[in-house]
Write a protein that binds this ligand. Structure first.
Ligand SMILES: [Zn+2]
Length: 310
């Protein structure tokens, strides 16, 4: 059985899989990232996990993995295989591809960005299957995105392509972690909705999921908070529509778990704003929290097919 190692490194946990060439998952495992022990310990944990996965593969399938793919957060230099910066994990200019390659006996290693890897998986085997051009938006603690074009993800010239979370939709609005004001993620991320609903409901513990439930129950304060987020998101999507003209917008992340409570008003708000642009299909992501790990596996297989053609 031919397989690759796929690894998604998150702020708190790592998700891994052994992935077959058709994208099917042969084995899955999870392990804490352990970022409380510092960046060096995190790197050691990643390398150990990868080595254990290779061993698992040898035991199960009697052969070594052909390649490995790893998806990490933050700024990535995909070409040189360097994890440039992660505020969450504390590393700078980490030669991840080289380190993993050495630990895994010299097999090829692909390094990818977590959200772009997730977008790649959604495009190939998830909600974007058969869609030539899509925009993937992940509504979580922040908002990130990926631009899908004919089975690949457009990373941009410097690896910042698809950062729809930092499109300014409310000039002079709330301060964003990036330094600007009124970025989409300050208004429509799961964290932004949680903050707004905690303020409006007077319950400091209230979160975005509680807001969605209150919307379903017809609470007018929740409806106002929710609509503000939906309007901001629709403004961001329409901007992207004008620039990129995707046929489909795939929305994932924690906030998308609200289902129709989000998608029904969001589709209406997008349609309402379009003038000449063709309306995109706005659909929920399919792969949930395994998207980035699966995408890392696809990157590893892509690497192998490039080597064959080269
Ligand atoms: Zn920003």
């Amino acid at each position: 059985m031919k397989y690759v190692i796929a690894l998604d490194v998150g702020g708190t946990g790592m998700k891994a899989a052994l992935v077959a060439q058709d994208g099917s998952v042969l084995f899955e495992a999870r392990r804490p990232t352990g970022r409380e022990h510092g960046p060096d310990a995190v790197v050691a944990t990643i390398l150990d996990f990868a080595a254990d996965l290779a061993q698992e593969g040898r035991t199960r399938f009697g052969a070594a993995p052909l390649a490995a793919g790893v998806a990490v957060p933050g700024t990535i230099d995909e070409k040189n295989g360097i994890a440039v910066f992660s505020a969450n994990l504390g590393w700078r200019d980490l030669p991840m591809r080289k380190l993993l390659g050495e630990r895994l006996g010299g097999i090829p290693v692909a390094l990818g960005h977590d959200v772009r890897s997730g977008g790649l998986a959604e495009g190939r085997v998830g909600a974007g299957q058969g869609v030539e051009r899509f925009l993937f938006i992940a509504l979580g603690t922040g908002i990130a995105g990926a631009i899908g074009i004919e089975g690949t993800i457009e990373a941009g010239a410097h690896g910042y392509g698809g950062e729809i979370g930092h499109v300014v939709v409310r000039p002079g609005g709330p301060q964003c972690g990036c330094g600007a004001r009124g970025c989409l993620e300050t208004l429509a991320s799961a964290s932004a909705v949680s903050r707004a609903w905690a303020g409006a409901s007077g319950d400091p513990e209230a979160d975005a999921a509680a807001c969605a439930s209150a919307v379903d129950a017809g609470d007018p304060r929740a409806l106002a908070v929710w609509q503000d987020a939906v309007d901001a998101l629709a403004d961001g999507i329409v901007l992207a529509q004008s620039l990129l003209d995707p046929s489909t917008v795939i929305v994932g992340g924690g906030l998308a778990e609200a289902g129709d409570t989000l998608f029904t008003p969001l589709r209406a708000a997008v349609t309402e704003r379009l003038t000449f642009q063709m309306p995109p299909k706005v659909v929920p992501a399919m792969l949930k929290d395994t998207a980035a790990s699966l995408g890392a596996g696809l990157l590893a297989w892509d690497l192998l097919s490039m080597e064959v053609t080269a």
